[in-house]
Design a protein around this ligand. Structure first.
Ligand code: PHE
Length: 341
């Protein structure tokens, strides 16, 4: 018995482990239940009662020794593997350069639109995304219960009094007109919300940019000239603009804005459905009722307004066929865009 203990102790002291496998072999031989040390404990039952105490002391010593050695072997092995890692760093390799993010196409296009209008004297205005009925509808000449309200499927948050997510950035124009005196020349970009099913062509959240110009003697010619200028700056010199009669409660007369299809140059293709024209937004002369609702004398002042979808302009500019790509955050899509100059 004494001999056996001595030889186990000697074996433990001499043990080494240069790999995980060797460490595991050590654990099996000296630590696990079925190890030689475990066997010593199992032998306790064959020991005469008066010798049990001293036997117990001896085998506990062996167990402590085996465990202390096990810890030592683990530490050694960890140090060794850390060492091998540092050995493998090749300091002569050039560094991997971090990749830079790109500007989201919607942000780039919004920025470009702002730049174009700022140069001709428009300032920027912003307003809340959660709006009351007055700023989103009533002040804009949507009579209560009028079917025109159905033109824009609204997300209501509260009823009576109505609070909703704004359906257009025209609400910002109301706030500007209420708080400033003409001349007003302002541009309001922002997020808008409509209760529409998401598809390649429609989304419930999108971006608009709306322009407003109020002063003495503002006429439809000013509106046309401003939008001609915008279209040429945004899409190129050869771009033509046409105005189609339309209806909005807050403008009279109202017109839809079309530009020549930049894909086919006006010859007709599947993007413009053969017509040579694509729509980019709505516009018109601010209805005198709206000016009066906002405290502006409509006998003295007149104004024009226009509104465009930023997604729509981006899709036309970059020939993007599915609106959902803008919000999926697929880096393969985003990587294709670099900031516009
Ligand atoms: N607010 C309108 C819309 O969301 C667009 C528009 C703005 C039309 C200004 C005319 C004048 O559809």
């Amino acid at each position: 018995m004494q001999d056996k203990v001595q030889s186990i102790k000697a074996e433990i002291s001499a043990a080494t482990a240069n790999s995980q496998e060797e460490l595991e072999a050590y654990r099996m031989r000296f630590i696990s239940k079925k190890s030689v040390v475990g066997e010593l404990f199992a032998g306790m039952k064959d020991v005469a009662p008066e010798e049990r105490k001293s036997y117990g002391q001896v085998i506990n010593e062996v167990k402590d020794l085996a465990e202390a050695k096990f810890k030592e072997l683990i530490d050694q092995l960890n140090q060794q593997s850390a060492g091998t890692h540092t050995d493998h760093i090749d300091l002569t390799l050039p560094p991997v350069s971090g990749s830079l993010g790109s500007v989201h196409p919607l942000t780039a296009v919004r920025q470009r639109i702002i730049e174009i209008f700022e140069r001709i004297g428009f300032n920027l205005s912003e307003g809340p995304e959660i709006e009351d009925d007055w700023h989103n509808f009533t002040a804009l000449n949507f009579p209560e219960n009028h079917p025109a309200r159905e033109m824009q499927d609204t997300f209501f948050i509260e009823k009576n009094p109505d609070i909703a997510l704004r359906t257009h950035t025209s609400s910002v124009q109301v706030r500007v007109m209420e708080n400033q005196k003409p001349p007003i020349r302002t541009l309001s970009p922002g997020r808008v919300f409509r209760n529409e099913a998401i598809s390649a062509r429609a989304h419930c959240v999108f971006h608009q940019v709306e322009g407003l110009y109020v002063d003495e003697n503002v006429g439809f010619a000013d509106l046309k000239q401003t939008l001609y200028h915008f279209a040429k700056e945004m899409f190129g010199k050869q771009t033509k603009v046409r105005f189609r009669p339309s209806y909005f409660p807050f403008t009279e007369p109202s017109a839809e804005i079309d530009i020549t299809c930049m894909i086919c140059g006006g010859k007709g293709c599947n993007i413009c459905k053969g017509s040579g024209w694509v729509e980019i937004g709505g516009s018109g002369m601010v209805d005198p009722n709206v000016l009066e609702n906002c405290g502006i004398d409509s006998t003295k002042y007149s104004g024009f307004a226009f509104g465009m979808g930023i997604e729509r302009i981006t899709m036309l500019k970059y020939q993007i066929k599915d609106l959902r790509l803008f919000t999926e955050n697929d880096v393969r899509f985003l990587k294709q865009f670099t900031p516009m100059s």
